[in-house]
Structure formats: structure tokens, C-alpha cells
Design a protein around this ligand. Structure first.
Ligand SMILES: OC[C@H]1CNC[C@@H](O)[C@@H]1O[C@@H]1O[C@H](CO)[C@@H](O[C@@H]2O[C@H](CO)[C@@H](O[C@@H]3O[C@H](CO)[C@@H](O)[C@H](O)[C@H]3O)[C@H](O)[C@H]2O)[C@H](O)[C@H]1O
Length: 318
């Protein structure tokens, strides 16, 4: 099978992966990344806690290394994530700031970070996980300080700093049909109608083998987003298996990866298929979901799994 990135035209279809700089120390990791993927997402090192650990002090060294690797390997970078309620520094978490000051703090961070990466980071997860599982607004430090308006403001600040960047609202459990998926649809529809510079929606697709969403529901979601003139991205794909990675479980996993690949190949507003890591050797899954593992397309020895072959097949036949 030809490497994934050779099966598609650049800019038309992204096969991406999340990573940290420490992963690049592993030669097999960096070789597999550069051979197979044409896009990368910093798994942690572009988050607020890493970029602005102290107020007004920005540390770009780790994130710059990832951007440099991408440039050296002709890969597109997706920035993740400008505004989120997790992995924020203590000065921000515990600060007692007025509404005006919180808005200024958010503007300073977004303007500084997006300007620093202007022309180097083409896609940004501007706001991540603003909705709770019932579809209401998560009572984050941003929502409590600024109300719902913080979302529109974040997009406006990002667009002002880099008018060419493609700006996305990112969340999880919004793949198929659910109150949360409907709330995400209403949110981006409202932002679009308000003239806010938003260009797409990202759904993380951290799925569980055996309980995945119906493909028809994901397709219906993609189509209503397409009607809004917005892109639909699979941003953090992994499909965790409970217990042993049996042939049956690996085949079920391959079928679901293939379904997402087919949706990406079929819909022109779906051009991102990014996995949250490359190899099961390095994945957040085992430490967060006891008894689950094996969520990615390459096993712990960097051998392609049925999931990889199933995705490759879709774009080989295309
Ligand atoms: O949770 C999975 C996705 C869900 N969507 C948003 C996306 O951003 C999120 O990614 C995960 O986001 C998680 C935080 O919420 C990240 O987890 C953090 O990952 C960090 C870097 O590896 C960890 O920080 C390290 O912790 C070590 C021990 O505690 C320390 O020794 C290290 O110095 C410190 O860097 C944090 O504890 C750990 O909580 C995961 O790696 C990362 O995969």
C-alpha cells in the first residue's frame, strides 16, 4: 500500500496526527509521521498553559519545534487550542479578573499566538469544548466571566491576527445525532449568521469500538453543516477497544475507520481525518480509560493495523 499522504492531493485531503515534541525523539515515530501524514496537530504544547505559563510571558520553543518539523516535511499545521477550560496556567485559573480584564487577557493571548504563527499555522481550533453533554454552555471560566459572547470574540480576535487562517469550533460527542451535536450545529449556525469569521466545525471522534455512532447520522450532520457553507473536520480520531485487541475487535475498528474515510472521500466539505496520535505505543487512552487501549492505526511496533489498510483502501480506490 502506498503511504496515505501520497494517495491524496495536498490541501484537498488531510491525513493528520497529534503529537508532542518528545515523540519526535523516537525515530520510528518521526519517520512514520513524515511518510504517512500531511498534517500535524500539537497534542498539548500549543495549549495556554504551555504558551503563556506566566502572564505576558510566552514560551513558543516546543510548539516552534513542531511547526519546524511540519515545514521540513511539507505538512500543514492545525493549532490546538486557543480557548479551552483545561490546561490553563494557575495565574489564569486562580486570577480574580474583571470582565473587561478577562476579555483583554483573551485578546492578548490570541493575538500574540496567532500573530506568532501567521502564515505557518493554517487551521486553528479557536474554541474547544464550550458545550456540556446536554447541549448547554459549559460553565467554564470564560463563560462565567464573559457569557456566550466569548466564543464570537475569540473568533474575531483570531481572524484579526491572521485573516488567512481557517478558524474552527471543536468539540466531542458531536459526531452523530445527539442533543450536543444539535447544540453545536445551532452554535455555529448562529455565529455564521452573526457574521462571525468561522469556517468550520471539528468533531473529535474519540470513539469506542462496538458503540460507535450510526454512519447515516454522521452523514446527516455533515450535510447540514455543508448547507451552512462550513467545513466538517474529524480532528482527534481514535477508537478504543475494551480488553484484548481480538481479530473481531480490530475488524470492527477497521470498518469504522473506513466509514470515516469514506465520508471524507465523498464530501468535499470534509477534508480532515486527523488521529490523536499515530501508534498505540503513545496514546492518552490507557491512562484515561481503564481497560481500554489499541485506538490508533499503527500498533505498538508501528505495524499498520487493519484500520490503516481499510483507510488506505478507500483512497487507493478513489
Ligand atoms: O483528552 C483527550 C483530548 C480531548 N480533546 C481535547 C484534547 O486536547 C485532549 O488531549 C489530551 O488532553 C489531556 C489534558 O486534558 C492531555 O493530558 C495531559 O498531558 C500532559 C502532557 O503529557 C500531562 O502533563 C505532564 O504530566 C506529567 C505527570 O503528571 C508531568 O511529569 C509532565 O511534566 C507534564 O507535562 C498532564 O498530566 C495530562 O493531563 C493529553 O495528553 C491529551 O491527549
Amino acid at each position: 500500500a502506498a503511504p496515505l499522504r501520497e494517495l491524496v492531493k495536498p490541501q484537498q485531503q488531510y491525513f493528520g496526527a497529534a503529537l508532542e515534541t518528545r515523540h519526535l525523539q523516537d525515530k520510528q515515530f518521526s519517520e512514520t509521521l513524515a511518510r504517512e501524514f500531511n498534517q500535524l496537530t500539537p497534542e498539548n504544547e500549543m495549549k495556554w498553559g504551555y504558551l503563556q505559563p506566566e502572564r505576558g510571558q510566552f514560551t513558543f520553543d516546543k510548539a516552534d519545534q513542531l511547526v519546524e518539523f511540519a515545514q521540513n516535511n511539507n505538512m500543514t499545521v492545525r493549532g490546538h487550542a486557543l480557548v479551552w477550560h483545561i490546561q490553563n496556567p494557575d495565574w489564569l485559573e486562580n486570577g480574580d479578573f474583571s470582565k473587561q480584564e478577562m476579555l483583554k487577557i483573551m485578546e492578548e493571548h490570541i493575538t500574540t499566538v496567532v500573530s506568532h504563527y501567521k502564515g505557518k499555522v493554517k487551521y486553528w481550533d479557536v474554541v474547544n469544548e464550550a458545550l456540556d453533554d446536554n447541549g448547554g454552555f459549559r460553565p467554564t471560566l470564560w463563560y462565567q466571566a464573559l457569557g456566550e459572547d466569548y466564543i464570537a470574540k475569540a473568533f474575531e480576535f483570531a481572524h484579526k491576527a491572521d485573516p488567512d487562517a481557517i478558524l474552527v469550533y471543536n468539540d466531542y460527542s458531536t459526531e452523530g445525532k445527539s442533543p450536543k451535536a444539535n447544540a453545536a450545529y445551532r452554535l455555529v449556525k448562529k455565529l455564521k449568521e452573526q457574521g462571525v469569521p468561522i469556517h468550520g466545525i471539528g468533531t473529535q471522534a474519540h470513539l469506542v469500538v462496538g458503540v460507535q455512532p450510526r454512519v447515516a447520522d454522521i452523514a446527516a450532520n455533515i450535510e447540514r453543516i455543508k448547507e451552512l457553507g462550513l467545513e466538517f473536520h474529524f480532528t482527534e480520531v481514535d477508537m478504543r477497544i475494551q480488553g484484548e485487541a481480538t481479530d473481531r475487535a480490530l475488524q470492527q475498528q477497521a470498518n469504522m475507520y473506513q466509514e470515516l474515510a469514506r465520508l471524507s472521500a465523498y464530501y468535499d466539505n470534509v477534508n480532515f481525518l486527523t488521529t490523536w496520535g499515530i501508534t498505540d505505543k503513545y496514546s492518552w487512552i490507557p491512562s484515561w480509560f481503564k481497560g481500554y487501549d489499541h485506538g490508533l492505526m499503527f500498533d505498538k511496533q508501528y505495524q499498520p493495523k487493519p484500520a490503516y489498510l481499510a483507510v488506505n483502501e478507500v483512497f487507493t480506490d478513489k
